[in-house]
Design a protein. Structure first.
Length: 635
């Protein structure tokens, strides 16, 4: 989401500069980049309340004297007689329709509307749609404008019971699926894919003078994923998916009217509103001891109250009432995070604490032995998100997930590990060996299980002995032979038919329970106490790799070690990996033939053939200068 620094600054009654404001936004957890006078934000899924100028200003009240616009239409509004049928009240609890007629449409914008289009470089559409876009930018509440003459007096909101062709107001024809939430007209034609995009048949034009403005609250579950599914870039869906404020509609529509009033003479205004939500306030106990315990602070209750009040919370003696726009606040831990943001996480004094493990625990002892066994055989441990979108009758659903598309606890490790394997294969990794140890959960009697999942595919290893051999069930079995009773392991091949991959070699997988029934007869000779600073994170590049092979002839075997050292000591930022893939010692002729593979890749761009050739030339010149070393066939 992009917002203008100038638009924020206008509402803050303090002297400040762009970088100072940026620092405060980072402290609040709103990560962004700055391009000229534009902040480009990346918001977490549970902070939909901040997707607007007003939303950010509410947070910035912690530090500044902030003015959120109260310049709204204050006159009375007559009731609109509209035949509206809401058949999905659970998924649309609050909705309003505002009918407006103006005498003529303004072509010249002023005030905040003009600044929005000038500063944000946004393309103008038509008078009413332009105001709708600005209101969403300012308040965070999307609205949709229908041409009142095209719409008529009947609207129905319901789920589709069959697939339907639908032409959007952008002129794109899509096929809506059964179960999509849509608005219908009196002819039962779809006029709007709810929360995503309107239809062309009721769209406003530059000549529209009579409009019906829809302002709704939609359950995010009814909206999420639709814009991606239909490849429609929609600011409205981005906001509805992250939750909007169901209590803001009157303010938003009166603000909408005020912007119109500044640009045109209003002939008629009528309003239809429907609310099917029982006002349910979120109340959190005010436990200052709990907050201090979570944060490791000693903040006074009065100071805590002051902070929360500035953020819009209502404070009673022993309870905190959460404002309607803060869907992310549910408990004392959430309140503690609000206090931490206000102080600054970096300003909370750190304290040391000790985590101890029961080294006599049979399960943890098993895990240590398994990890050592697998890592010594070239496997890498991964840690995956324990939450998934997959639901079945035994799945456990999270009440307040950070990501509403992943609200179930996973019941296996296989699906995550398949995703890991395919991710690496798409990045040209031809030997992928991974494992994960984690708990899985279900509502069935054996609810809590600790499993190990092991997945592998491609070359057995990157050395001359195993380079031409490929992973299969026999290879995996050989790792555990004599260490675990193979009768306890169910080693399977995973079919590639339903996977998004063109590779053909087998995917081998095992998943088994870590409990006392598994006996692991293995003792590692590798040190278990490697210093943590031996390891450094290396980002995975999305750019393609380039591979070159050089085959050397070494007439004097005594020179082989010098050749090997020169190759392995060579450094270049594009050279990612070197290994021996072929080796032959001809004892009769006292000659060694050896093949080295060089892998090149950049994190910033696709590397060129010239760049690779230049590096290869350096390697060749550095190695063939060794007496008795040559590259057969090299001119």
């Amino acid at each position: 989401m992009k917002l203008s620094y100038q638009h924020l600054k206008q509402k803050i009654n303090s002297k400040l500069n762009k970088n100072e404001l940026s620092d405060k936004l980072f402290q609040l957890g709103h990560e962004h980049e700055i391009h000229d006078d534009i902040y480009d934000f990346e918001f977490t899924p549970n902070r939909g309340d901040c997707l607007s100028i007003n939303g950010l200003l509410r947070d910035l009240k912690l530090f500044y004297d902030v003015s959120i616009s109260n310049d709204i239409f204050n006159k009375s509004i007559n009731t609109l007689s509209l035949n509206f049928n809401n058949n999905v009240k659970k998924h649309c609890s609050n909705i309003s329709f505002l009918k407006i007629e103006v005498d003529e449409v303004s072509q010249n914008y002023n005030g905040e509307l003009k600044e929005y289009f000038d500063d944000m470089d946004v393309k103008r559409n038509n008078f009413f749609t332009d105001i709708s876009n600005y209101i969403s930018y300012e308040t965070g509440q999307p609205t949709h404008c229908y041409d009142a003459l095209k719409l008529g007096n009947y609207i129905k909101l319901d789920f589709l019971d069959k697939k339907v062709k639908f032409e959007t107001l952008l002129g794109k024809i899509i096929e809506l699926n059964k179960g999509d939430l849509v608005f219908f007209n009196e002819n039962n034609d779809v006029i709007n894919l709810a929360g995503i995009v309107g239809g062309i048949n009721t769209a406003c034009s530059k000549n529209t003078r009579s409009v019906i403005v829809e302002c709704a609250y939609f359950d995010p579950e009814a909206i999420i994923g639709k814009s991606v599914l239909y490849d429609i870039r929609s600011d409205a869906s981005h906001k509805f998916e992250r939750n909007t404020d169901p209590a803001c509609h009157e303010y938003v529509l009166r603000r909408f009217l005020r912007i119109i009033e500044k640009h045109a003479n209003i002939n008629k205004i009528e309003l239809f509103s429907e609310s099917n939500a029982h006002e349910k306030k979120t109340i959190v106990p005010f436990r200052i001891n709990k907050i201090n315990s979570v944060l490791g602070t000693a903040i006074e209750k009065s100071k805590c109250s002051e902070i929360l009040k500035r953020l819009g919370f209502y404070i009673n003696e022993d309870s905190i009432e959460v404002p309607s726009y803060r869907h992310d606040i549910q408990n004392s831990n959430d309140i503690s995070e609000e206090i931490a943001r206000s102080i600054g996480f970096d300003k909370i004094k750190s304290t040391n604490f000790k985590i101890t493990f029961n080294k006599d625990s049979k399960i943890f002892s098993q895990e240590d032995r398994l990890k050592n066994l697998l890592t010594e055989n070239g496997f890498y441990e991964v840690i995956n998100n324990p939450f998934t979108s997959q639901n079945n009758e035994d799945a456990i659903e999270i009440d307040n997930p950070l990501d509403s598309s992943r609200k179930f606890l996973r019941q296996n490790l296989k699906d995550s590990l398949i995703d890991n394997l395919l991710y690496n294969e798409r990045r040209q990794q031809d030997s992928v060996k991974l494992f994960e140890i984690s708990n899985v959960y279900s509502s069935s009697p054996d609810a809590n299980k600790r499993l190990i999942g092991i997945i592998a595919s491609g070359r057995i290893d990157k050395n001359y002995r195993d380079f031409s051999k490929f992973i299969d069930k026999k290879y995996i079995g050989s790792i555990f032979e004599g260490i675990i009773d193979l009768n306890q392991l169910n080693i399977v091949d995973i079919s590639r038919e339903s996977l998004n991959t063109k590779l053909k070699h087998p995917i081998t997988y095992i998943e088994f329970l870590l409990d006392s029934s598994i006996k692991i007869n293995y003792s590692s000779e590798v040190s278990k106490t490697l210093p943590i600073n031996n390891f450094k994170y290396s980002p995975v590049s999305d750019f393609p790799r380039s591979i070159r092979d050089l085959s050397y002839s070494v007439k004097d075997p005594a020179k082989f070690k010098i050749l090997e050292e020169r190759i392995y000591e060579f450094r270049d930022r594009l050279l990612r990996e070197v290994f021996i893939f072929d080796y032959f010692h001809n004892e009769k002729q006292s000659e060694i033939k050896i093949g080295f593979r060089f892998v090149f890749q950049s994190n910033e761009k696709t590397i060129t053939e010239n760049e690779v050739n230049n590096i290869i030339d350096q390697i060749i010149n550095n190695t063939v200068s060794i007496d008795s070393v040559s590259i057969p066939g090299l001119k």
